[in-house]
Design a protein around this ligand. Sequence first.
Ligand code: CDT
Length: 307
Amino acid sequence: MTRIITIGAAQLGPIQREHTREQVVTRLIALLRQAHAAGCDLVVFPELALTTFFPRWFVKNISETDHYYETEMPSPVTAPLFKEAKKLGIGFCLGYAELTNNGERFNTQILVEKDGTVVAKYRKVHIPGHEEHEPDRAFQHAERYYFTPSNEGFGVWNAFGSRVGMMICNDRRWPESYRVMGLQGVELILCGYNTPIHYIPDPSQDILQGFHNALVMQSGAYQNGTWVVGVAKAGVEEGVDSLGQSMIVAPSGQIIAQALTTDDELLVAHCDMDWCQKYTKTLFDFDRYRRPEVYTRITAQRGVELD
Ligand code: CDT
């Protein structure tokens, strides 16, 4: 019996500051219905899919931004998405800003099964950008002010008849993210992102944003024999241009679907989970070929140490 999951990567165009949650949820439901019509089992939405990418602004009093965070999921505003997905029998993955009961702020993504149950919650591990206001920048990337890095690590869950893991945006640039999931038998990694094209610390990277996006997800997929679904919030949001190029990458490292626009756009692919074993049982048979005893530096130290 084949294990094919039909996956919809639901890229979003920009969400401006004045857009309400209700308007955004309406867009998510439209994509969900489109995915259902295309026979999808699972729809993947981007990082911070309910709001504009608010870390581009700095405010002295962080509680002024509380309205960008979710304190419950589902909430009265997001409940229609859960209800529609359950009615259609389609699962989804959704990124949002989370404010916990004890005041912690996480960049979070959840995985919801076809029956409407939340099967997994992942909180972003690698938080990029800066902690303080940097007034000389054209726009801020103050994620390190707005979010606490999660210490929960990278889980892998049994869902959709597969082994499913999650990561968020900057996590996709780090090989450790994929490998920690690879070591738990991951077959499908879901990743939402918001990637401004202009990288202020080194603008020479601007022209390479699309290349780097594909490079990291294709290599992560291949080196761990896993499917990777990367989904953007794209386009010009509050004057900041963000990368589209959402993609579905096979365990071979090949891109089998890619977004053509920077708007709301659904990509669909029929993903055979058994394809993973072509890699995990041969070239990347971890148990046979890995040498963890010579990789101890990877967990023993953080930055570069010169002997
Ligand atoms: N959202 C997110 O993590 N974005 C980063 C931007 C680069 S760091 C300023 C990314 O890795 O795409």
